[in-house]
Design a protein around this ligand. Structure first.
Ligand code: SAM
Length: 269
């Protein structure tokens, strides 16, 4: 059986492309055979290659680190639109950064930025440090916003977070590539999938500059509740979707008042 046939038989939809990429990644025929074996056994292609394509960038992704998804380009697009036309370099924070793909793509699109990212997983932090070094990004290890430098309070123009948002009971339904090869902490969003999102929404206003924005990916099903969590934290929330990407996000604006204020749902403060 050819490599393409083996990959196709294992359920790889883009078997020709994958065969080409694995062949290019292997140093020797034995190395190629080993890569094909691992792919057929279900390892994500990106972990085998050591990189993922995201928003036109090649992002390093180590085994055990969440593979950036195509749909997350919606968060990048919205963040870039909010930052367009600024005179001074923006301050951007990526919470739950994983490989740092989101922050890297925003920085690549908007030019010089002050960039901070955090993740609780040391493997993700190592990976993000490599991916964000070129943009001068600082990557901190720890729980959500806890490791951010206090001097950033009230100064962040855009805070992006692709948090884990799969409801715990649905984890067993995920494709084996995710279930078996990505850390549970990268996927599990708690009972209704919104536990981490709520914590981020609560923490964000203290970090945002007046007029700054929080952008979080969610699912279509969770969007209304996610927007409510933003509103409860005092952010004026709107839901954005992209059918081609199959993506949904909530964008929340902090008002112009000097300290974070809490207002009614949907009210721009
Ligand atoms: C869905 S992945 C997204 C990774 C990356 N932002 C992306 O889009 O490719 C979620 C990430 O959140 C991290 N994470 C989960 N809980 C966290 C917490 N309490 N504090 C910081 N990071 C956390 C995981 O380690 C994982 O890297």
């Amino acid at each position: 059986m050819s490599i393409v046939e083996r990959l196709r038989a294992a359920g790889c939809v883009f078997a020709e492309d994958e065969a080409r990429l694995l062949t290019a990644a292997a140093d020797t025929p034995a190395g190629l055979a080993a890569l094909v074996e691992r792919r057929v056994a279900g390892e994500p292609l990106e972990h085998l290659l050591g990189w993922a394509e995201f928003c036109g960038l090649r992002i390093a992704v180590d085994p055990g680190v969440f593979v950036p998804r195509r749909r997350t380009a919606l968060l990048v697009r919205e963040a870039v639109a909010l930052l367009a036309g600024r005179a001074a370099p923006a301050t951007v924070v990526d919470l739950c950064c994983g490989s740092g793909a989101l922050a890297a793509a925003v920085a690549a699109a908007v030019g010089p930025v002050t960039l901070h990212a955090t993740d609780v997983d040391p493997a993700a932090v190592r990976c993000a440090r490599r991916n964000l070094a070129g943009a001068g990004g600082q990557v901190h290890e720890g729980d959500l916003d806890a490791p951010l430098p206090p001097g950033l309070r009230g100064r962040v123009d855009v805070l992006v977070a692709n948090v884990p948002y799969v409801p715990t009971a649905e984890l067993p339904l995920m494709p084996p590539e995710a279930r078996d090869h990505e850390p549970r902490a990268a996927l599990d969003g708690g009972g209704d999938g919104l536990d981490v999102l709520r914590r981020v929404a609560t923490a964000a206003p203290a970090w945002l500059a007046p007029g700054g924005h929080l952008l979080v990916e969610t699912s279509a099903r969770q969007a209304a509740q996610a927007a409510e969590a933003f509103a409860a934290a005092g952010l004026a929330a709107r839901v954005v979707t992209d059918d081609d990407l199959g993506a949904t996000a909530v964008v929340g604006a902090r008002g112009q008042s000097p300290s974070p204020a809490v207002g009614a749902a949907g009210e721009e403060l």
